[in-house]
Design a protein around this ligand. Structure first.
Ligand SMILES: Nc1ncnc2c1ncn2[C@@H]1O[C@H](COP(=O)(O)OP(=O)(O)OP(=O)(O)O)[C@@H](O)[C@H]1O
Ligand SMILES: [Mg+2]
Length: 159
């Protein structure tokens, strides 16, 4: 199976469904690094992941708070590093980010790639024609040598 899977999400519900399907693969300590321009659907994807982790609190954009912790089947840490400028800023986010007992989803994770563990799932969302989103899932490290091909049953494969 490929370490990269590219899918087409036609509507926000599809992006959430994909995020939720990913949740079923997640284990404590996993890191999901999201990238994509403003409004690409990163928070929407994390909302799906949260639902899949049985988080009941509403997931809102952490852009101003920077990091939020949610209780679910696994603890979910949702952070947004868009506004962070220095390495110190990122380190100041707190111990719960990248904690071994939690799942950490990082919006704009591509901005801090050198700080991320080798084992991570990268999710890049790109605006496609007619408002759809093309979502590329890239597995990094031994944890993610295979990105589950069954995800293409959730959203249509793209090319
Ligand atoms: N597959 C999709 N098709 C169409 N619209 C979508 C899709 N996925 C998400 N959206 C919509 O895109 C908008 C922006 O989504 P969202 O806030 O998740 O983006 P974001 O990448 O987190 O933005 P920011 O960079 O500001 O954090 C929302 O209105 C959401 O419903
Ligand atoms: Mg967002």
């Amino acid at each position: 199976m490929p370490t990269t899977l590219t899918l087409r999400c036609a509507a926000p519900e599809d992006t959430r469904a994909l995020g939720s399907a990913i949740a079923s693969l997640l284990r404590a300590g996993d890191v999901v690094a999201l990238s994509g321009e403003l409004g690409a659907g990163k928070t929407c994807f994390v909302q799906g992941t949260a639902a899949g982790l049985d988080v009941t609190d509403p997931i809102t954009s952490p852009t101003f708070v920077l990091v939020k912790l949610y209780e679910g089947r696994l603890p979910l840490v949702h952070c947004d590093v868009y506004r962070l400028e220095t390495l110190r800023d990122v380190q100041d986010l707190g111990d719960e980010v990248l904690a071994p007992d939690a799942v950490t989803c990082i919006e704009w994770g591509d901005a801090i790639t050198p700080l991320l563990p080798e084992d991570r799932l990268e999710v890049e969302l790109v605006h496609g024609e007619d408002g759809v989103r093309i979502v590329e899932l890239r597995g990094h490290g031994s944890r993610w040598t295979d990105v589950d091909g069954s995800l293409s049953e959730v959203c249509e494969p793209w090319r």
